[in-house]
Design a protein around this ligand. Sequence first.
Ligand SMILES: Cc1ncc(COP(=O)(O)O)c(C=O)c1O
Length: 306
Amino acid sequence: MKKLGIDVTLVDPDASEEEIEKAFKPNTKAVFGETIANPALVVLDIEKFARLAHKHGVPLIVDNTFATPINCRPFEWGADIVTHSTTKYMDGHAMAVGGCIVDSGNFDWEAHADKFPGLTTPDDSYHGIIYTERFGKGAYITKATAQLMRDLGSIQSPQNAFLLNVGLETLHLRMPRHCENALKVAEYLKSREDVDFVNYPGLPGDKYYELAQKYMPDGTCGVISFGLKGGRQAAAEFMDKLKLAAIVTHVADARTSVLHPASHTHRQLNDEQLVEAGVNPALIRLSVGIENADDIIEDIRQALEN
Ligand SMILES: Cc1ncc(COP(=O)(O)O)c(C=O)c1O
């Protein structure tokens, strides 16, 4: 983000409203959070962040990738803009990389015009139009698609859009199965002596269970993160022994996938930096697929016991 000229102030999603308020700066333009954070599985209190963002005249943007619109509709809780990595559940089969932005049209850019000149003053590169004047509630998404997509080129190819659409047609069938399987797997992991911790917001007793019940009463997602008592070394050994689950960076797929962030995606960080980034060095991210839950559990059992 720094290379794009954007500074980021990180806040603990569980911090009090007073503490979060202190993080707002005069040049803060937006608040961004994930409905369910990857890979720590922290659930965002959307209403709390929407209230604070609006108090400071900026929109709340929510990455709803893990919950999907099947399980959570952030606009109903005050979010202004929703983003998705469609590469994940929406596609569901690792066929095409993609992303989308959904604008509620609810944020009043003109009420905070000094903060958003890109929307409220003439765009010389587009015939001098003022997006808020010309497009009203559609100002932000029009600028995003007309100007920014033109300049940055982030456009999905027709074939990839076709593949994504095939995936979207079964999203409502896959999500309940992901959640049902993940709950069974989380319960199994929780019951084992050699498992140190299990994070799954759909599991009663989880730190985020109540928040998840509020925002996602029908289910959360298929992703679980957990750690073994043997720590980092045991995590690597466990993963090598898995037969059904694929070791891949990809997540939220119809097929069960597994990743050890400390040795893959976050390999450039030392243990101290990992903890700072909210990633326990022992943490294993298990993305539970839609296979038979008994097969997934048997794969985990044999990997832990062999
Ligand atoms: C929650 C979430 N948002 C966004 C992304 C970025 O996705 P993409 O690689 O499709 O740009 C990821 C990728 O892991 C993710 O998990």
